[in-house]
Design a protein around this ligand. Structure first.
Ligand SMILES: [Zn+2]
Length: 272
């Protein structure tokens, strides 16, 4: 079996992020995937590993911010146009999700309700591993994971509620499978990484700030073969090779979208 895909590998850092998505009584925790053994020297240890939720949403918001700055109207996250009381829900520069014809660049990449997205966003699970050296059977990202005890206070400083939230801190990477995207869409996505800011909850309190250091655009060729060992057991042997893809003039995705035509349309709307 031979498979070729294109992917963006993004390397990032967060001092503290709370991609919280499970609540147990008063405690909000990250999505626990399971326990995983790792090997240090000749000893095996167990650690819990977690899923980083919210990366896709983070990217979507970054793309919305880029489009807005360029004056290109794209889908909002809401498919409703108004709140229950009739006031407008969609800010200027956006249209209700899935209402564009032809589909805008954001919808082509992220899809809409009932429409498949053209990208897959993946991240290896994260785990708190105490040892410097470690070996795992599947790829795992080593970060710091802990819980914070927080107390909500009244104005007079009286504790009214205490709760726990889990967070992670450290370097992490994620992958965006861009095999189905055109070069224009890939360039748009690459430039949108400049607008990535917040992952997960607690923005107002300063949580979730994400710094992106660099990224690679790669062509990955994977081959899988069945091999028989000397005991007569079959094994799947996988080999992957990666090559860098270089795209010049990242910012020229704007021209490819036929900018002038869009501006004309906007002018017509104003006149009407
Ligand atoms: Zn749209």
């Amino acid at each position: 079996m031979r498979k070729i895909k294109k992917q963006l590998v993004v390397h990032a850092f967060t001092p503290i992020a709370k991609p919280l998505n499970a609540s147990i009584q008063k405690n909000s925790t990250m999505l626990l995937l399971g326990e995983l053994p790792y090997v240090n020297g000749d000893k095996t240890f167990n650690t819990k590993f977690y899923y980083i939720k919210g990366i896709r949403g983070m990217l979507r918001h970054a793309c919305m911010a880029l489009a807005q700055e360029c004056g290109i109207e794209v889908c909002h996250t809401s498919e409703k146009e108004t709140f229950k009381d009739g006031t407008g829900l969609i800010p200027s520069g956006f249209h209700a999700l899935g209402t564009c014809d032809p589909p805008c660049i954001l919808r082509k990449i992220f899809g809409a309700f009932g429409e498949k997205s053209s990208i897959n966003v993946l991240a290896d699970p994260i785990a708190s591993i105490k040892h410097k050296e470690y070996l795992t059977e599947v790829p795992v990202q080593k970060v710091h994971i802990a819980s914070e005890n927080r107390i909500a206070l009244t104005y007079d400083g009286i504790a009214i509620q205490d709760f726990r939230e889990s967070y992670f801190s450290g370097y992490f990477s994620f992958y965006i499978d861009v095999t189905k995207l055109t070069n224009t869409e890939i360039k748009f996505l690459m430039e949108s990484l400049l607008y990535v800011e917040i992952l997960g909850a607690g923005r107002a309190s300063g949580y979730g700030r994400v710094t992106i250091f660099n990224f690679d655009l790669q062509k990955i060729e994977t081959t899988r073969n069945v091999a028989e060992d000397n005991k007569g057991n079959y094994k799947i042997v996988e080999k992957a090779t990666e090559k860098p893809i270089s795209l010049s003039n990242i910012e020229d995705w704007r021209d490819s979208l036929n900018f002038s035509e869009q501006n004309e349309q906007n002018e017509e709307t104003v006149t009407a």
